[in-house]
Design a protein around this ligand. Structure first.
Ligand code: ADP
Length: 191
């Protein structure tokens, strides 16, 4: 199996690139943000709980997030691999993911981070907010909070996988196809 963590700050293009990677490599895309939004839309208890955090640009508690992710992986065992997008976002999430994959003698093949600077992120997210219908994309202070949370809680996940030589960065600025080309260069070494 090829198990990729597509990493990077909010608005770095993870979702866009994940869709293209799925087409090319046939992996299962699991986005915790999408799973939370699905629950929100359907007004499930999980969605109601997640909303209070998402609206502030805060992280949903690890226990809730890990449980949801585990259920999704358990439902989809017969796949060629996973693209994790928006997960893990904390060190406890990374540890839980390693244990979960380890139960099937699997592991993370690589973490690829899309490198994009803060000002580019703020302008991309404000632009996305005009059409996405996402409350967390319309308010600049919420966007800045998400970036701060990313730096404090999420960026250590890069170092965590870097310790075992699994982390790498690619330039996340340029056309969608240019960035996809850079990602494929790395993916082709893994599959
Ligand atoms: P973005 O990458 O644009 O911030 P996502 O769609 O990945 O957006 O996530 C939206 C929101 O969902 C996050 O701000 C957070 O509140 C919640 N969320 C998503 N994934 C996680 C996670 N792994 N752990 C905790 N909260 C998460």
């Amino acid at each position: 199996m090829t198990n990729l963590i597509l990493f990077g700050p909010p608005g770095s293009g993870k979702g866009t690139q994940a869709t293209k990677l799925v087409e090319k490599y046939g992996l299962l895309h699991i986005s915790t943000g999408d799973l939370f939004r699905y629950n929100l839309k359907n007004n499930t208890p999980l969605g109601q709980e997640a909303k209070t955090y998402m609206d502030k640009g805060a992280l949903v508690p690890d226990s809730v997030t890990i449980k949801m992710l585990k259920a999704k992986v358990d439902e989809n065992k017969n796949v060629g691999g996973y693209i994790f997008d928006g997960f893990p976002r904390t060190i406890p999430q990374a540890e839980a993911l390693n244990i979960l994959l380890g139960e099937d003698n699997e592991s993370i093949s690589a973490l690829i981070a899309l490198d994009v600077d803060d000002e580019e992120i703020v302008s991309r997210l404000l632009e996305r907010g005009k059409t996405s219908g996402r409350a967390d994309d319309t308010d600049e202070s919420i966007i800045r909070n998400r970036i701060a949370v990313y730096k404090k809680e999420t960026s250590p996940v890069y170092d965590y996988y870097n310790e075992t030589g699994h982390s790498m960065k690619i330039k996340g600025i340029g056309s969608i196809d240019d960035i996809f080309g850079r990602l494929c260069n790395e993916m082709d070494k893994l599959v």
